[in-house]
Design a protein around this ligand. Structure first.
Ligand code: FAD
Length: 445
């Protein structure tokens, strides 16, 4: 059975890897521990479940690196992007989805694929023989995590992330809040009114910051060594960095006009993004938190418009397992010490749904090619996929390695390090044009 590819983990990365390899004609066995063994964050037995936000972020493939990654995945017949398109919700320029319908859609394709077999159950040890992709994600089960740590010699594979709360729409006071996307972004009126906005005066903002700083926070046994990823800082940690930090971050008031009081500019604005097709749930954008549940309700109800908010889910903190890929993986995503094992997804030190799925896509294609005796080069550095894989398998400084989102900083500069004379828009367009050409050439190679 050496032509079989085993994949551990049917998340964003594992599902995409399975689909890509199966489409290439390889027999895939997908091992998934849910629903037999649960994680604290997943709610279903579906594949590719999005555990927190329902957004794949910007869909702009000309001006945004993650939008470019969407484009590259679509060009490569990516299952995650196809399903995201089928279950898309209005969200301004972002690609947001109905998460349940999306995961069900991915599961249906995976379960019905003639080249994919599902095996339910937890894998507790790194396998010794055969071709494997390990895509067990940030919540890799404890036993497997220990086995990986033993093989890689790492003291620890974990750090911490936080998730944002979700509010019932019908509990929001629409006499105070209003619907608008920042700068009215979006092609249709629905897109231009995709977000719920809650305005704050200066006094309300100052009171809110005081409450955040004073609120009870959850304690962790591992707390002393807890490290946060900068892109997912809890709001109270942001507030500790400076009273104005939130007003220049998730609570920035720019590009928004309060329809109840158009003459007065809000001092700060809290935005909520639609979380399901029905429009009954909204998540508070950027409000990941480690406040205790009781404190969260008190503090979030201080937000004008959310005085009587009911919460479908409160925020929380979670473990994030990732490895030191720059020292451990080769540029084909194989473990240097055991090249029959590939790694993909968030465990490799990329951050986010899109990046994880992208690394699944790549691992699936690379593994399939190897099994079929073909040579598939690592994607070119100028593509988004290539920039990301290069970063995690050698470009990043191994000593300070932290999970990474795709961004133009990972690309070779188009105009030299100083950015040349072009404006930012032109420069980003040059990056994305160059990337599209490179990616198309790689796909056709
Ligand atoms: C609480 C939380 C909130 C997050 N919020 C966001 C967010 O808002 N936006 C964002 O872009 N990203 C977010 N992330 C990161 C997000 O999880 C990843 O971006 C994405 O899900 C990673 O994809 P993956 O396939 O690597 O892992 P996952 O999607 O987690 O898939 C891993 C799969 O492996 C299975 N598994 C684990 N161990 C074993 C085992 N030993 N045997 C068999 N199966 C196993 C799991 O059940 C799971 O199905 C969050 C992560 C967590 C934990």
């Amino acid at each position: 059975m050496e032509n079989t590819l085993h994949i551990i983990g049917g998340g964003l990365a594992g599902s995409e890897a399975a689909f890509q390899a199966a489409e290439a004609g390889v027999q895939v066995i997908l091992h998934e521990m849910r629903p037999k063994v649960e994680t604290f964050a997943h709610q279903s037995g579906d594949f590719a479940e999005m555990v927190c936000s329902n957004s794949f972020r910007s869909d702009d493939s000309e001006q945004n690196a993650v939008g470019l990654l969407h484009w590259e995945m679509r060009e490569a017949n990516g299952l995650i992007m196809r399903m995201a398109g089928e279950h898309r919700l209005p969200a301004g320029g972002a690609l947001a989805v109905d998460r349940e319908a999306f995961a069900r859609g991915v599961s249906e394709v995976i379960r019905n694929h003639p080249n994919i077999t599902i095996e339910e159950g937890e894998i507790t040890e790194l396998p010794t023989d055969g071709n494997w992709i390990i895509a067990t994600g940030p919540l890799t089960s404890g036993a497997l995590g220990e086995s990986i740590a033993r093989e890689t010699g790492a003291e620890s594979l974990a750090f911490f992330d936080a998730i944002a709360p979700i509010v019932y729409f019908d509990s929001v006071n629409m006499d105070v809040a209003w619907m608008q996307s920042r700068y009215d972004k979006g092609a249709t009126e629905e897109e231009q009114k995709a977000y719920l906005n809650c305005p704050m005066t200066k006094d309300q903002y100052e009171g809110f910051i005081d409450a955040l700083l004073e609120a009870d926070k959850a304690e962790f046994h591992e707390g002393e060594t807890a490290k946060y990823f900068d892109g997912c800082l809890p709001i109270e940690v942001m507030a500790e960095r400076g009273r104005e930090t939130l007003r220049f971050g998730p609570m920035k008031p720019v590009g928004l006009t309060n329809e109840h009081d158009p003459e007065n500019k809000a001092y700060a604005v809290v935005q909520l993004r639609r979380d399901n097709t029905l429009g009954t749930l909204y998540n508070i954008v950027g409000f990941q938190t480690k406040m205790k549940y009781g404190a969260q309700q008190d503090v979030f109800r201080m937000i004008p418009g959310l005085e009587d908010a009911s919460f479908a889910r409160l925020g929380g903190i979670h473990r994030n397992t990732f490895m030191n890929s720059p020292t451990l993986l080769d540029d084909q995503m194989r473990l240097k010490s055991r090249p029959n094992l590939r790694f993909a997804g968030q465990i490799t030190g990329v951050e986010g749904y899109v990046e994880s799925a992208a690394m699944g896509l790549l691992a699936g294609r690379l593994a399939a090619a190897e099994i079929q005796g073909k040579t598939l080069e690592t994607p070119p550095l100028n593509s988004a996929m290539g920039a990301l894989i290069h970063h995690i398998t050698g470009g990043a400084d191994a000593k300070t390695f932290q999970p990474m989102n795709v961004n133009f900083g990972l690309f070779q500069p188009v105009d030299g390090l100083k950015g040349g004379r072009r404006g930012r828009k032109d420069r980003y367009k040059a990056y994305t044009d160059r990337a599209k050409e490179a990616w198309s050439a790689w796909l056709n190679s």
